[in-house]
Design a protein. Sequence first.
Length: 369
Amino acid sequence: MAKGENIFLRKDGRFEARYAKGRDGNGKLIYGFCYGRTYEEAREKVRRAIRECSAGCIIGGKYTFSYYCNSWLMINGVCLKASSFAKYRTDLKNHIQPFFGDKVLYEITSDQVDRFSWMLLHEKNLSEKTVRNILTLFHSIYRYAKKRSGLNLSDLEIIYPKSPRKSVRVLDHQEEETLMEFLADEMDLCKFGVYMALRTGLRIGEVCALKWKDISMNTDTISICRTVQRIKAPDQDTGLKTKLLVGEPKSDSSCRTLPLMPDLAALCTVFSPGEPETFVLTGTFICMEPRKLQRRLSAYMKECRIEKVHFHTLRHTFATRCIEAGFDAKTLSEILGHSNISVTMNQYVHPNMDLKRESMSRLKHVICL
């Protein structure tokens, strides 16, 4: 059985093949099922079902790229998180299929991919990171289509745009002290959430998704096991174009357990409502919208007269303080929930001039003067 085909042997001896038809209004997958007495029969039936779902994607007896886009999404949608499924579907609908959809595979060239990339950057004004993600999705589907079609096609040369290195905002020690004093004054649950982010480096979605059951008063630890994000999910009944989704973190490494600093553990004891299923920031069974928390933080920063601060600034500030305290890269990477150390070192480590001077001063102990 080929990896990723979602074909399983049932207890009754038959083979079951399943594919993703789409998702309902709650983001739950809608599955299609096909059965066969053999693996080959089940595989052929599911391919036939996908072809029927992709009716209109055939030109001159040949499958267009749109057919392979739909086929790829149906097969891989079974394994995707709701947020990833929604993002891929949006990128296919808005960008990839309008440009490549009516082309057959052998008509797609590296030059066309270059023009596609240029259009996304300069006509649609998308960021370099967004364009890289779209090109990565396109390339995955192209490789899938190449394998399924059996055509002897040459590999595409895809040039991924590089993002200009941006300066990252980190609160200096005086700004951090000012903010901490402000948060401590008449602290409420929202201020508590900002305080927690500054003391743990949690992402905004992780803070909003945190429930009291995730915080252990016995071991003074906090477990990160979900996140909140707004995804594109048009609903014809309500007319809403997006929905708030509470789901798994962005990666396996994002699921982690952190020890709480004494001051944060003490605050958890103060604010804990006794109902473990309630969300920390609201004290209810409904989570806070990340955009609302960002607006609250902006209001706090305005009162503190601290400029150009986004919620992610708190995460960068926490990482910088950890480096100043002498944390090793591996430990910090696991605390931040990164999949590898390079992300931590390249994007989150921002040594200030004082730390650089201190590091340089150590050289006098190992070099000849």
